[in-house]
Design a protein around this ligand. Sequence first.
Ligand code: PRX
Length: 659
Amino acid sequence: MSEEKKIESLQKEGQIFEPDASKQGQAWIQNMEAYDAANEKALNDPDGYWGDRAKELLTWFSDFDSVLEADYDKPEFKWFSGGKTNVSYNCLDRHLTDGRRNKAALIWQGEPEEDVKVYTYQMLHTEVCRFANVLKKKGVKRGDRVAIYMPMIPELAIAMLACTRLGALHSIVFAGFSSIALQSRIDDCQARVLITADAVLRAGKTIPLKGNADEALKDCPTIEQCIVVKRGGNEINMVEGRDSWWHEEVNAEDITSDCPFEEMEAEDPLFILYTSGSTGKPKGVLHTTAGYLLYAAHTTQCVFDVKDDDVYWCTADVGWITGHSYIVYGPLTLGATSVMFEGVPSYPRPDRFWQIVDKFKVNIFYTAPTVIRALMREGEEWVKNYDLSSLRVLGSVGEPINPEAWLWYHNNVGGGKLPIVDTWWQTETGGIMISALPYATPLKPGSATKALPGISAKIVRRDGSVADANEGGHLIVDKPWPGMLRNVWGNPDRYKSTYFAGFPGAYEAGDGARMDDDGYFWIMGRLDDVINVSGHRMGTAEVESALVAHPDVAEAAVVGMPHDVKGETIYAYVTLKSGVEPDDDLLKALKIWVRKEIGPIATPEFIQFADGLPKTRSGKIMRRVLRKIVEGSDEFGDTSTLADPGVVTDLVEGNKDLL
Ligand code: PRX
């Protein structure tokens, strides 16, 4: 059957891929009976289930007194009260005596092929202790915030673990964000120290980074010190008294490899990670020590079935939650070998990922649908040149994986045999919530399948009643889980209103979804004004406020436009101030402007200049109409409340001219 025919029939029949019978029973959860049993136990006796898991997966300096105290009204969730532990101890120290001392913890593949570094658990421990001592020397202590703005180099993981050793919170800002985005995040969490690098190596280019940090630091009074890793070797500006080189700091005479860890309370804050919401300002999602770490480790074990001699590779950037949980914290807690890759899938050729899988004999490979779609376009011959027989489990994250990409991944990378675990989760959930279990769950391409044991995910209507099978609704989780966010940094009201106000007694994910007759989840996408560009969340309000900050712009409305590779791309409607004429120069200037305000990922692919936006008589922009226009649809629904229905016709014309 041709690929197209196969996709067609698959969509029609809802084809199910049963687990390979010869391999069933090998994974951590062996089959659906075992899943059902675990799920039943976890839902009926969450304290027993999570308490056992916490003892199995983490080392405690003091036992916890209770597993969970939950209060949805406040809201406040306390996991493992009374327990004491330390993240860097769990990721490193304990593996020095459990037989893994000389095992590879991190295999780092730099962008240049010859740049490879392997850190055993012992070596990583030494580096983390040394750098923690540097931070200590700089005055960093328990509870302080440390901002990190770095490329995908080992020092990034070392810096994170060093923070956790001292009980300081890290707040990582993806290196693709602009200086303005960095500044606002540092300002929000009041970080004392910034760790950065001279440059990012990407697709054969040296992209300066320290200049962005300098720009940001012009307006960051809380930052006392800035530590810079030398990566690009490019010329940079060092500010005396503030800036220092990483390599000089860690090699200083007074820095030793011995650094005691702090005994942290289970609920002590661990890190802040900013993510886009439906208002202009990103939210500082707060995760805490024991619950987050347990959940990262637990999900790494049940979803990826990482075994002791596996090589496991998650291709995300550590600047996003996926990298936090599934490159660093989950795998290292389990004592696994985690691959970290500095480069991109398409450079120097679109076979880089497969070449790396072959080179390190990767067993578990976790990537995003946008990557699969981009590589699929390059043709399967790029995959065929490599021996991918080491692979056992394939994963996907960030957005729904369309059946076409699923099949391509399954057939070409997985040799038509390997399970694909399509994992649904969010920055806020800390770890995977809905996913297939490899070699256990029958798969349906495009469905994230079932909630993990103990995760009480449901689809409900606005009034909270449970939706019927196949009826679209709001995705909620009505039982707490250890990895859930504990607050929005500095903004408890937003924590409550965003996640716990919509459906009393439950966490509201902000996604729309449906459940089919077999109880499988089909995620439909965000219900708020957040769009998903290449698996990354972008708030339309954030891009709009960047656009209206430009002196020539009067108003802006941003929507997501369907895109073959990126999933969605940014489409902006812009009205200009009177007297300003639209032209190509202004168009280019606005794109550069947004890049500078937020970063390249926020750059609108299309900007349509318009005379007016579709507004109701009360002045509200009718986004539904704007979305329909970019989708090429003319089913605008009821537009009778529009102040000037003629605006829509003009916008449709303008859209046709642009595309
Ligand atoms: O809309 C969902 C989508 O990504 C959002 C979370 O984005 P972020 O916090 O940046 O975390 C991304 C990586 C965990 C969700 O609200 N999403 C994530 N994974 C999937 C997904 N949509 C469908 N299927 C998925 N597997």
